[in-house]
Design a protein around this ligand. Structure first.
Ligand code: MRU
Length: 370
């Protein structure tokens, strides 16, 4: 039913295959990332996007990074083609240095979604601990351990998506109309999505509902991706322009708002696609419940409030053009923040793979993860 947005093909010499989301919905094409630079570009230009998906992709990026570290022959066994042990002659230092540099490079491609940095830190930690525990292992064995960790991040994401759907389904009332923003679906994760996973689960359980999706300018993730994905899944979906949500709410046409998140601070403030904050204010004004749906890898408990979340600024031409059509003059100044922050006070509940945090606060979030 749901699309698989990315998959690793092969062993340690393999590559990452992703659906090229820049081309949807017009063309369904896959893209192969065989090295770190290709993956960096794919993340930066949103060929692969969505907080959990870029975290999973980053994990595989570490496997790509280690491809370019040549294995040395062990001096002790010269002539017998035996690989050097990690403990020999700076072998592990060389591999860990490449990994550190490339993980940092990949993490810098998109600064707001914490899942990417989280995955890169997790992989680096795994590689260091493998070296510490296995000094007599060789580089190939270390690369296998890194691939296993990247696969674990992928599998956990699939599992988290399913659980999120199951935990959120109780909030979907039969016969309701739901508004979503951007794309928090299968295209944005390794599994069946976060916010959209809740909808898939509701459909599976026979609930009836309709979905409105904001087109989500400037890059149209709502109209290009969410509409495409929900249509594939047989869900009743209607696209609206971003500036229509308030009118629909005032006409009583929206029963709930549900979106994903890119980073959630310790107090529950949540960064998500630009426009989410305005929706939360509108929802509050109209007494409409507003839900954020995200896995635990999207929480950044070291960041105290939304004020400390870095907001990615994107190129002006994303606003100056809509597709290939120029919609603003060459000379005009353009401001293009990719995300905004919804304060916790506007959020009815945050749904995670562990359950739901209703009326999120520092205390409740700490308890949720205790
Ligand atoms: O710029 P994008 O398309 O990567 O932004 C994506 C979003 O804002 C999503 O809502 C968020 O990452 C959650 S995806 C499960």
């Amino acid at each position: 039913m749901v699309v698989r947005t990315l998959k690793w093909i092969g062993g340690i010499e393999g590559f990452l295959e992703i659906i090229d989301q820049r081309k949807l919905p017009g063309e369904y094409k896959t893209l192969r990332c065989t090295n770190v630079q290709q993956l960096y570009d794919a993340i930066k230009t949103l060929a692969v996007r969505g907080a959990p998906a870029i975290g999973v992709a980053g994990g595989f990026g570490a496997v790509l990074a280690l491809k370019k570290v040549p294995a040395k022959a062990s001096p002790a066994s010269a002539g017998k083609l035996k690989q050097a042990r990690l403990a020999e002659d700076g072998e592990s230092r060389r591999a860990l240095a490449v990994l550190k540099r490339d993980c940092e490079y990949l993490a810098s491609s998109r600064p707001t979604a914490v899942n990417l940095r989280w995955a890169m830190e997790r992989i680096e930690k795994c590689a260091k601990s493998f070296v510490g525990r296995n000094p007599s292992a060789n580089l190939t064995q270390m690369r296998k351990a890194v691939l296993a960790e990247a696969n674990a991040i992928f599998d956990e994401d699939v599992e988290m998506c399913l659980k999120i759907g199951q935990n959120g389904v109780r909030f979907i009332k039969n016969g309701s109309t739901i508004l979503t923003h951007c794309n928090a679906g299968a295209l944005a994760t390794a599994g069946q999505g976060t916010a959209l996973s809740v909808l898939y689960e509701a459909k599976k359980r026979g609930k009836r509902f309709k979905v409105y999706v904001d087109e989500t300018r400037p890059l149209l993730q709502g109209s290009r991706l969410t509409a495409w994905e929900l249509k594939q899944a047989g869900i009743d979906v209607t696209v609206i322009c971003d500036n229509m949500a308030g009118a629909l709410m005032s006409e009583g046409k929206i029963d709930m708002v549900i979106t994903g998140a890119d980073r959630i601070a310790a107090n529950g403030d949540a960064a998500n696609k630009i426009g989410t904050y305005s929706l939360s204010v509108l929802a509050k004004e109209h007494h409409i419940p507003f839900y954020i749906v995200a896995p635990s890898s999207t929480f950044d408990l070291k960041t105290k409030t939304g004020n400390n979340i870095p907001i990615e600024q994107r190129p002006a031409d994303e606003v100056r053009f809509c597709g290939s059509k120029q919609v603003a003059p060459d000379e005009v100044k353009i401001y293009n923040p990719a995300f905004d922050v919804t304060p916790a006070k506007n959020i009815t509940a945050i749904i995670t793979e562990r359950g739901a945090i209703e009326g999120p606060s520092v205390k409740k979030i700490a308890r949720h993860f205790a």
